[in-house]
Design a binder for this molecule. Sequence first.
Ligand code: BDR
Ligand code: CA
Length: 306
Amino acid sequence: TTKLIIDTDPGIDDAMAIFYAAAAPDIDLLGLTTIFGNVTTKTATRNALRLLEAAELDVPVAHGAETPLVLPPFTPSAHVHGAEGFGDIPAETPKGSQLDEDAADFLIRMAREHKGELVVCPIGPLTNIAHAIQRDADFAKNVKRIVIMGGSLEEGGNITPHAEANIYHDPHAADVVFGSGAQVEMVGLDVTHRILCTQGDFSAIAAQSPDLGGMLQKMSVFYLHFYETVGKFDGCSLHDPAAVIACTHPELFTARSVAMEVSCDGETSGETRLSTKSGRKPIDVYMAVDADAVKALFLKRLAILP
Ligand code: BDR
Ligand code: CA
């Protein structure tokens, strides 16, 4: 099994990814760390606790950074994931609470305790990961892999013509991660735009998994509606689930090994591109995917949830 920490801004597709991890027999979920992005970090922590309680998973949540590394704080926009992160599903206060330790310290400690084994899967902006790299010189070596949902190489952006949302919200942090020397894998729009789920797919999940699948189905209505407002009628992308699936099933993807950097200003801010900086270690940029296989795995595993 894969020892996994998901760094997340839940978020509708984040919820899908976390429930997938809950259902996957090959994932040992060691914790969730939270970050701003789709919602504020406070809301992300509340939502993460809520998802774990719904899934009856007893794993720790560590609260993450509330502002980007360099850019000024921003107010998340509600139009993609709803004001509270889960579409039209109302906010609820979870029973549990987060760790005293912050996200970066938790990541550093887990990477030491599970040296050479821990896989970190960031599915939001990369601020916490950058803090962990900057706070502990050994973090990049201690982690086995950092499998990121974010960026794009040939596909263009989704929040601007140049930038994917997770990278855009903290480009400086993403550049720290790309330049860290860690085993970094980028699951970006080049692949996630190929993996689509329709209302029919979510209805099928809900039929087999009325509680958790039903919750995802309700959220997906809002999410799919957003996709339609931007002219996409063939379903929503499984961005965040794709990254979690890449953690255990890299063979379903084809990667290019290239050094990468991030534009941190101007019109292209948040663009991920081939690096011209000398001495950067190549990372694995996922360029192609067996989308049917990824989707089949997603549907099959969610179906076993209550
Ligand atoms: C990413 O941005 C967020 O809106 C999603 O949750 C996903 O992590 C896609 O660009
Ligand atoms: Ca996300």
